[in-house]
Design a protein around this ligand. Structure first.
Ligand code: GLN
Length: 453
């Protein structure tokens, strides 16, 4: 059992520990941009609690929460999200800051924001997205946990690229109250940590019913183990050879304790289209409220023509947000909705059915990404559709609301690689158990560890 939280709680902290921590982070962050706000008040906190961060789309009372968007500049939530309230009430944690992200969660590499976060292992490489800052902060700080959010892989992808554990629970296991929505039928709040046991501790604090979120209805989480692991042929065919080779080596090791079966499920290779149709349709409705009147950055005088005011206010959206508003609005329009949206919902149902059947008696395992970590300069050259294609492994479990966990399993040219394990609904603890076991034989080395901090 590896719990850095427990280790930290039992440690004698030198005087000025938090002051030094905050200064070290500030220094590092000038290059890595993991944080959007750093809570300097943690300096006064002498009770020895563990620092936690929140992705910048989770409301923290009185702390500027922008969801990575210019549109929400200056927004100070008047309340704490349920997950934040639960972390603070628990007593073992104190709030360290908010972490960088792709605007409203739109992205795979963390580049769709004003100042992108950089990979903790090498700042020429992408941090991954959309929860870029959460993963970089977790790689930088040994004694820290990150509350993060995923719609289609935003916890898994950056966690894999920064060598940390990224746990995305069953849809509806954790309250979304106080989350700035991307796509409500897909959004989940989860955890990034240095170990599965730390992720479990945080999950146990934040999960459970909440009167403010009626979709948070998963009552009992089980730990029922499995002895089979499925690997999907059609997804592996979309993987770059170098990643495939490293992954297969890892699977050989795991194969000693599990029965490994390669199976065919062609529909999963088609999951990207229905995901982006559904995600964009929902995103465009969620973003409709940011007009500068009631929500969003208020621009200039109110007594102007509606179109002038509206256009100016909406121009605060970044390019990817604009793309999704336009496509999402089109997808939902009366004349084409059956052609795209209704069809996407039908494909989603088929995916859920096929996956649920398989996950009934086994896990699904894959790499987290089909390619090695790209350099920032290379990722910037990708078209939108090439970007979306990188979500091939992370989208299926997110479409189905299935819990999944990403864990580091190897290095390639000094950069971390992650694998993703999926299980059936409400079987979240089985994933955490699996990774705890895995960690006994594999401890990741963090060259960007901030010394003793
Ligand atoms: N890359 C995916 C998208 O852009 C997932 C993002 C997320 O999970 N928030 O939609």
């Amino acid at each position: 059992m590896t719990s850095y939280i427990r280790e930290f709680l039992g440690m004698e902290k030198p005087k000025g520990y938090y002051t030094e921590l905050a200064s070290e982070i500030e220094k590092k962050d000038a290059e890595y941009h993991a944080f959007t706000t750093l809570n300097r008040k943690i300096i006064d906190c002498s009770d020895g609690s563990v620092p936690f961060t929140t992705k910048a789309n989770i409301c923290v009372k009185g702390i500027e929460t922008t969801a990575g968007s210019k549109m929400l500049k200056g927004y100070l939530p008047p309340f704490d999200a349920t997950v934040v309230e639960r972390m603070l009430n628990d007593g073992k944690f104190s709030f360290l800051g908010e972490t960088n992200m792709d605007e409203f969660g739109f992205g795979t590499f963390g580049l769709n924001t004003e100042v992108p976060a950089r990979n903790a292992f090498d700042k020429d490489y992408v941090a991954g997205g959309s929860s870029s800052g959460a993963a970089v902060a977790t790689a930088m700080l040994k004694y820290h946990v990150a509350i993060s959010e995923s719609t289609g892989g935003s916890i898994a992808t950056p966690a894999a690229l920064n060598g940390v554990v990224g746990f995305t629970p069953t849809y509806g296991a954790v309250s979304r109250y106080g989350l700035i929505d991307y796509a409500n039928s897909l959004d989940k709040i989860g955890v990034m940590a240095r170990s599965a046991d730390d992720a479990r501790m945080v999950f146990d604090i934040i999960k459970g019913k909440d009167e403010y979120d009626t979709t948070c209805a998963v009552e009992k989480i089980n730990d029922e183990g499995k002895d089979k692991i499925y690997i999907i042929r059609e997804l592996m065919e979309k993987t770059e050879p170098a990643i495939k080779k490293a992954f297969e080596k890892m699977v050989d090791g795991v194969g000693k304790s599990y029965e490994i079966k390669e199976v065919s499920m062609p529909i999963l290779a088609e999951a990207i289209a229905p995901y982006y149709i559904i995600a964009m349709a929902e995103a465009s409705t969620n973003l409709a409220k940011y007009t500068g009147y009631k929500y969003g950055l208020q621009y200039g005088e109110f007594n102007r023509r509606y179109n002038d005011f509206f256009t100016e206010a909406r121009s605060n959206f970044g390019i990817e947000a604009k793309r999704r508003i336009i496509l999402g609005t089109f997808i939902r329009s009366e004349s084409v909705k059956d052609k795209y949206y209704t069809k996407a919902l039908a494909v989603r149902r088929m995916i859920i059915k096929e996956m649920a059947k398989l996950l009934n008696d086994g896990f699904m395992l894959s790499p987290t990404l089909p390619i090695p970590t790209p350099r920032v300069s290379d990722a910037m050259k990708l078209t939108s559709v090439q970007n979306y294609a990188m979500d091939i492994f992370t989208i299926p479990p997110n479409l189905g609301g299935f819990p999944h966990i990403t864990f580091p399993y190897d290095y390639m040219d000094g950069m971390p690689m992650g694998a993703q394990l999926i299980t059936g609904h409400a079987n979240d603890y089985a994933l955490l158990d699996f990774v705890s076991e895995w960690e006994k034989g594999f401890q990741y080395k963090y060259k960007h560890n901030l010394g003793s901090l």
